[in-house]
Design a protein around this ligand. Sequence first.
Ligand SMILES: [Zn+2]
Length: 405
Amino acid sequence: MDTTLTDPYATSESPINLRDLGRVRVLRALTEKPQLSRAELVRQTGLARSTVGSVIFDLISAGLVRESADAGATGARTGRPPQLLSLEPDAAYALGLDVGHDHVRAILTDVVGTTRWDQSEALAVDGDPERTLNTAVNLIDRAIEDVGVRREKILGLGLGIASPVDMSNGQLHAEGIMPGWVGVRPTDELADRTGLTVRIINDANAGVLAERRFGAARGCANVVYLRLSSGIGAGVVCDGRMLLGYSGLAGELGHVIVDPTGTLCRCGNRGCLETVASPPAIAELLTRSWGRPVSGADLADLLLAGDRGTLRAVEDAGNAVGRALAATVMVLNPELIVVGGDLVTAGEALFEPMRRTLSRNTMISHTRTRIVPSTLGDSAGVRGAATMVLDDVPERLGLDPPPAT
Ligand SMILES: [Zn+2]
C-alpha cells in the first residue's frame, strides 16, 4: 500500500509519509504520558488500531520503545498480563546547560528526562564569556565520557542563560545584564566547539518549561514561573504556549520599577524589582545598615536565627514582588505562580507578604491564582534547558531515529 501523501503546500521533494506521522504521534503520546497500553495509544493518537500496531513494531525494532507487563495490573484473569508501552530511556539523550551570573552547570539526561549526570562550577560569568564557554565545554565532555554515551545519540544541547535572549535568532540582549557578552553568540560558539545542535533560552523561560514537565506546574496551561536569584525574571506560559513577545523578551519582571526613587539598577533604570528583591540586593541593604559585609549566602542563616533586620528586608522584598505580580496576574490571569531561585529558601518570611500584597492589589475575581514554591529548586533552569531538547523528541526520533546500539 502506498502510504505517501503529497502536501499541496510542500514541494514535490518533501512528501508527508503517513508512517512517519504515525511514529511522531505515538512518540508524542508516550512523551506526554510515560506508560500507555495499545488501546490507550489508539485513543490518544486517533490512529487506526492496525496502524498503531505496525508503528509500535517499527519503534520497538528501532530500539525507541519498549513493551513490558503492567506491574500494577491485578485480578484473577489468566493469560498474558496487560502490556504497557513506554519510551526506551537510553534511546537518546539531551544535554542541558545553565549559565548564571556566578556559575555554569551542566546535566545529561536520558530521553525521558531522568538526570544521569549533573555538575556545576562556580565562576564569575558576566565579564568573561571565553572562560565560561570553555568551562561549559569541559563539563559537557566530562558528562558524555562519564555516562559513556555515543555523541550521535545526543539530540542536542539546550543552553539556559541569565540574560534576555531572542530565541528566534539566538541573540542576547546582554547590555547592562552580562556586560562581557554583548555581541557574543553563545549558540554558534558552543555548536562550533561541541559539534552539537544548540538551542538557547532565557533561564526563567527554562524554569517554566521544567516546572510544567517535571515540577510544580504539571498539567497547568496558564502558569508564571518567577525566578528570584541574583537576577530576577519570569517565564510565562499562556493557554499552553510560552509567551515570548515581539522580540522574545517577555517576562522581564526583574526590571519592572517598584520604587521610582530607589537604587540604581544595573539595567540603567532606578528602583527595579531586582534592586529590592534579589538576595544580593537584600545583602547590600544589610551591609550598609550594619557596616560589615553580608552576602546573599548568609541570608538563610540570618533568617534561621530570627534576625529582625533580615526578616524586615525579606518582608519588604515579598511585598515588592507581590505588587509586581499583581499587575502580572491582572494582565495574564494565570492559574499558578511558581516561585523559584535562591530567595525561596526564605520560606514563609517571603511567601506570606507576597501572597498578602498580591491579594490586596488584585480584583477579587483574580485572587484564585495560587503561589507555590518551585519543586525543582535550583535545578529548574538546567532541567528546563534540557527540556527544550526533549520537547522535540517525537519529531526527532520519529522522523530521523538515531543509530540503535
Ligand atoms: Zn533594572
